[in-house]
Design a binder for this molecule. Structure first.
Ligand code: FHN
Length: 601
């Protein structure tokens, strides 16, 4: 369900083209919509990273390695010969597929994606194409994927396979790790591609209907977009209804995960450990995230996100039209960590009350709301807008900025009708009479029925005292896949600006034309400084160089020069990178445009 709200400014990402367009060009839109319908409805999935790495769990030869435990071969520079014996210790006697499926169903997830093979090359399924698998190499000897797929389907959920293209174990995979003593000359990468295709064929022919093929490890040069397109075509030939992520090819933009190239392979973008900053109309995407810091089980990783943060992240994804794939890393014994189960239970409890505001909804019509998020769905004659309130108004008055529709009904989703009233004013819609205390401290959902499609007018930013125009990151439109607004108080800015093609703009209005001094407040790690950028308004512009400020959280204001603002009336003020010196342009907090008095610089 996609929204074309009549006047919605700031749904920036028009420059983003939809992943897999060439594949889409060959597939009628209605057929594609039908194929993705369950996935768009689902909104919430569970990711499972499980394998031999759960045995060392981040520790090797007495040393604990931080980061993701499934990368231990890399972190500890373990050769395949040293790593293989772990398989003889893989005996997860507590593994219970139905218990895992029950946890997933109770959490409110609608699909489960599990690692059939991660980068270490160990296969958690019964493959005829390798003996480094759970059937031949371990005392366990059971086909985990058969058991789990049956259990998950028995509870009405769909199964998905995560399969790594990258393979540190297979003798034909290239490039070799630098510490791998096996001669690279012995490898035959095309033969590896054939092996990969054979295993994908097994995964899509031995285990019944598969919802998602979730590829990963596509980033090394030996893998090409053409290989990705071929592999996607194989998946769709074997199971025409399967959904394939954009990591089957080379289309994703790093951890931002979205595909810029309209011809990129795959059906959906895969932001990782992040949620795109603004809505992405017409783009299918899913943010994947760990609950702590490691995908695989890591004995020392207790950095757990709270249940509140996880529920609000799910809401954030849904409010922007995306899915949330939340990870668990089961132990070597086959148990999902209690800390994960506790959080999943809390998410399921919230969804049992508020699931209507998540499942099957579309992106909300607002670029940003000061107190929470919004999702929406069409209803007879109008739209039901779900207001997910994180910061509950103590005075019982909730302001919905910019909304211009007639409000036909208001209710608390959890408890039904309330004595609240909704009135339109110059700012938008004001809901009064809400209870003074938040009914749900995680997020209380106010269901608001409006006539027609949502009409949201966002007023332009106007000069404040002294005619000074303050353009804050919180009010900016971000155009691109990487840069995004970071709301954290100590770090409030446009950050993650790792792509020089991303730009930022503000919609302002001035009462008169005039020359203005431009002051920029930014932060930059000293070693990352040197990028250049242009601040422009109409045909007037000034250029800046990003200087180091002491750190990504150390913000400093500097004078750039002056520009002429046209007017009176609305004007778009833009910040466009003109070069990127290192890994990121800058962290941009704000611009101040100060009208010059006669005779000023
Ligand atoms: O390297 C993997 C990592 O181990 C994990 O599987 C994540 C999950 O999306 N994907 C890769 C890193 O982007």
């Amino acid at each position: 369900m996609r929204w074309s709200a009549a006047i919605v400014r700031g749904a920036a990402l028009s420059s983003l083209l939809v992943a897999g367009a060439s594949a889409r060009a060959q597939e009628p839109a209605e057929q594609r919509d039908a194929r993705l319908a369950w996935w768009r409805e689902a909104r919430f999935g569970m990711f499972i990273h499980w394998g031999l790495y759960a045995i060392p769990a981040g520790e090797w030869k007495g040393r604990v390695f931080g980061g993701a435990s499934e990368w231990l071969m890399h972190s500890a520079r373990i050769t395949p010969a040293e790593y293989e014996p772990l398989a003889t210790r893989f005996n997860p006697v507590k593994f219970d597929a139905d218990a895992w499926a029950a946890i997933a169903a109770d959490a409110g997830v609608k699909y489960v994606v599990i690692t059939t093979k991660h980068h270490d090359g160990f296969c958690l399924f019964d493959t005829a194409h390798d003996t480094f698998d759970v059937m031949d190499a371990t005392p366990f000897g059971r086909d985990v994927m058969k058991e789990l797929s049956d259990a998950v389907r028995a509870r009405g959920l769909r199964i998905g396979w995560y399969h790594s293209i990258l393979d540190w174990h297979h003798p034909d995979y290239l490039p070799r790790r630098t510490w791998d003593p096996r001669p690279a000359g012995d490898a035959d990468f095309p033969r590896y591609v054939g092996h990969l295709r054979d295993q994908v064929t097994e995964l899509l022919t031995k285990y019944g209907p598969v919802g998602v093929m979730w590829f990963d490890g596509e980033w090394e040069d030996t893998w090409t977009e053409a290989s990705g397109k071929d592999l996607e075509a194989l998946c769709r030939k074997l199971q025409p209804g399967v959904i394939v992520n954009n990591r089957v090819g080379k289309g994703r933009e790093g951890m931002a995960g979205l595909s810029r190239d309209e011809h990129a392979a795959g059906d959906f973008g895969t932001p990782e450990q992040t949620v795109p900053g603004t809505g992405l109309p017409g783009v299918d995407w899913e943010s994947c995230m760990t609950m702590n810091d490691s995908w695989g089980y890591h004995r020392g990783d207790e950095n757990w996100k709270s249940s509140t943060e996880l529920v609000r992240t799910l809401i954030d994804c849904a409010s922007k039209g995306g899915n949330f794939l939340l990870n668990v890393g089961p132990s070597a014994e086959g148990e999902i960590p209690p800390a994960s189960v506790e959080r999943l239970r809390a998410m399921g409890a919230w969804l049992r009350v508020n699931g209507e505001a998540i499942y099957g909804t579309g992106a909300g019509p607002f670029r940003r709301l000061p107190w929470g998020r919004a999702t929406a769905r069409r209803i007879a004659g109008g739209t039901r807008v779900y207001l997910h309130v994180f910061d509950w108004p103590a005075d019982g008055v909730l302001r919905v900025p910019g909304l211009r529709n007639e409000v036909r009904g208001i209710s608390l989703l959890a408890s039904g009708l309330i004595d609240a009233t909704a009135a339109r004013d110059t700012v938008g819609v004001v809901i009064a009479g809400l209870p003074p205390a938040p009914p749900d401290p995680i997020a209380t959902v106010v269901a608001m029925d409006v006539a027609g499609e949502p009409i949201v007018e966002v007023a332009p930013i106007r000069p404040g005292g002294g005619g000074v125009l303050v353009l804050d990151a919180a009010d900016a439109d971000v155009h691109g896949a990487s840069a995004r607004y970071e709301p954290r108080d100590d770090r409030r800015c446009i950050g993650f600006w790792t792509d020089a093609r991303d730009t930022v703009s503000w919609d302002a209005a001035v009462d008169a034309p005039g020359r203005h001094d431009v002051w920029v407040t930014l932060a930059c790690e000293p070693g990352e400084a040197g990028s250049t950028f242009r601040v422009a308004a109409g045909t007037s512009w000034v250029d800046g160089v990003v200087m180091g400020t002491g750190g990504w959280g150390e913000f400093r204001e500097t004078w750039l020069g002056a520009i002429d603002l046209p007017g009176p009336g609305r004007v778009a003020i833009t910040v466009t990178p003109t070069s990127m010196a290192r890994g990121a342009v800058m962290n941009l907090r704000s611009l101040r445009l100060v009208p010059q008095r006669r005779g000023d610089r």
